[in-house]
Ligand binder design. Structure first.
Ligand code: ATP
Ligand code: MG
Length: 527
């Protein structure tokens, strides 16, 4: 399995090169140490289970706080032949139990902090595998291992078609589904990202994303290790600390890459606005020095991207990418700054094919500016949902995976052939009086209005129209009336797209990945 081989190769070529800086626990792990720790933990894991010849796809829940052990645990479970099921330690017990029971885990790998929780999970385990606990502390793994890199490389190769990881979708449209990635598709996702973003050994990624989703694992952590680069792990996002860390490149290794969700960039902008002019200049200059800043997981508001480019980010142009749990990264705006067009997610990732499907005519859409269902194909795409054949049959169709998102190939000047996301077919495409409206497009227009901080547009069930457009907004303090909002939007949007209902809120409900919880908004605000 190529990822472990690459870690081993890096450990041999540059044993002292930093792999992981765990800023949470104060651990600095070189590639040599990482290789040795992976091996030691893998041996323990293999011994902990009665199966012969390694874990053989036994589901191993990885329930540890964010830090070095979370990263190490992934690699060690793979080295032992297991199928890793990352479980976020901050989730409430019932949600963790749902993951562990759905995956039918045989083992939970925990740190001391999560021991009690693991015992509760064992008590709640339903039929299937009997669940065992294995507790590990990084400090226990210290005894010397001679040539770990050689041993690691010599491990019996795992079939590329063996199942590697089960990641649960964010549950935006229903209950989270377990998408099972094979070693081959995971390697394809990771290498495609390394290639697209020209990742090198000298990169150092500031990593503040949770390690239980695609974004944190297969976009942030694994490409770092694949490239032989370094990653610095934080567990909390604090905008002032991020600015300070970018500035502080002299004492510590400079940060070269930063990935986050759109709401983080908004918070960085707010923190920047609260600085003195001297601090602002210093912060923006530090941002300009990064090699790459990326946003993904939810649409990046045009206003955020503009503010960043026009001063705050030091002229840095945020790269926006689009991906999902089942596929890895699908598309991203281009390498050259002028290809990072606002409101677009750009071009297909290396190895990925994208087509737009017309579900009414059942044909592939070839024209520009015609919306269609986004379907994708490529070695990166996972092949199944765990023990959910109905969903697997429904979403994976003749070699193409149906993303559930609606997109358009833009033909507008300067955006030639770039993919634009119009939203999710189920919650963002509002069907009103025979028209299909994109909530994302209406949100963009609203966010451009002065004094507007955040917005979500939803379809509200309506007897006459099918659905009508509802908006919830967060303003900088003003009360906004529906009529005023409609008047302000008239020059931007056709009359039938104007909101018919409005609520001003203190905050838009989002999940940890910055995704708006639209079903909740409809239920809570408009029913
Ligand atoms: P579920 O499948 O359980 O409903 P989910 O689709 O939110 O949840 P994820 O796989 O984490 O779970 O998220 C993928 C989705 O996130 C995509 O299908 C898309 O709707 C959205 N997304 C990701 N990146 C972007 C982006 N740059 N712009 C717009 N939407 C994005
Ligand atoms: Mg989804």
């Amino acid at each position: 399995y190529p990822l472990l081989e690459r870690v081993a190769a890096r450990a041999r070529a540059a044993p002292d090169a930093t792999a992981i800086t765990d800023a949470i626990n104060g651990i600095d792990a070189s590639y040599a140490r990482l290789a040795a720790d992976v091996l030691r933990l893998a041996q323990r894991l293999a011994a902990a289970d009665a199966r012969t010849e390694g874990l053989r796809e036994a589901r191993v829940a990885l329930l540890v706080d964010k830090g070095y052990l979370a990263a190490l645990g992934l690699l060690a479970i793979w080295a032992a032949g297991g199928l890793v099921v990352p479980v976020l330690s901050s989730l409430p017990l019932p949600e963790q139990a749902y993951l562990v029971n759905t995956a039918d885990c045989a083992l939970i790998l925990v740190d001391k902090n999560n021991r009690t929780r693991a015992e509760q999970l064992v008590a709640q385990k339903d039929e299937g595998e009997s669940l065992k606990i294995m507790e590990v502390e990084v400090a226990d793994l210290v005894e010397e291992v001679g040539d770990a890199a050689d041993v690691l490389q010599a491990l019996a190769p795992i079939d590329g078609e063996a199942r590697a990881m089960m990641l649960f979708t964010s549950g935006t449209t229903g209950r989270p589904k377990g998408a099972v990635t094979r070693h081959s598709s995971l390697a394809a996702q990771v290498s495609s990202t390394v290639q697209a973003w020209r990742w090198t050994e000298s990169d150092n990624l500031l990593h503040i994303l949770p390690l239980n989703h695609l974004h944190g694992i297969a976009v942030g952590l694994l490409p770092t290790l694949w490239a032989g680069a370094s990653v610095e792990l934080w567990d909390k996002f604090d905008a002032d600390k991020v600015w300070a860390r970018w500035i502080n490149g002299a004492e510590k290794a400079p940060i070269t890459m930063f990935f986050f969700v759109p709401t983080g960039y908004s918070r960085l902008i707010a923190a920047h606005r609260a600085m003195t002019p001297e601090q602002q200049a210093e912060a923006s200059a530090a941002s300009a020095k990064l090699r790459l800043q990326v946003s993904g997981s939810a649409p990046l508001p045009v206003s955020v991207k503009s503010a960043w480019e026009n001063g705050i980010g030091g002229g840095q142009v945020i790269l926006e990418r689009y991906g999902m749990t089942e596929t890895g990264l699908i598309a991203g705006t281009g390498w050259e700054n002028e290809k990072r067009v606002k409101g677009c997610v750009g071009f297909a990732f290396p190895g990925m094919e994208i087509r737009l499907w017309d579900p009414v005519e059942n044909v592939v859409i070839t024209g520009r500016d015609v919306p269609g269902d986004i379907e994708v194909r490529g070695p990166q795409v996972t092949k199944e949902y765990w023990r959910n054949p109905e969903a697997t049959t429904k979403e994976f169709r003749d070699g193409w995976f149906r993303t559930g998102d609606v997109g358009i190939y833009s033909g507008a000047t300067g955006e030639e052939g770039m993919l634009k996301i119009l939203g999710r077919a189920s919650v963002d495409i509002i069907k009103s009086g025979g028209e299909k409206l994109s909530a994302v497009e209406i949100e963009r227009a609203i966010l451009e209005l002065p004094g507007m901080k955040d917005v979500a547009v939803v379809g509200i069930p309506d007897e006459e129209w099918g659905q009508i457009v509802g908006a919830v907004i967060v303003t900088e303090g003003e009360q906004v009336e529906l009529k005023t909002l409609r008047d302000q939007l008239r020059s931007e949007l056709a009359a039938y797209k104007l909101p018919r209902r409005l609520k001003v809120l203190d905050a838009i409900p989002r999940n940890g990945m910055g995704k708006v919880q639209k079903k909740l908004i409809v239920e809570r605000e408009f029913s």
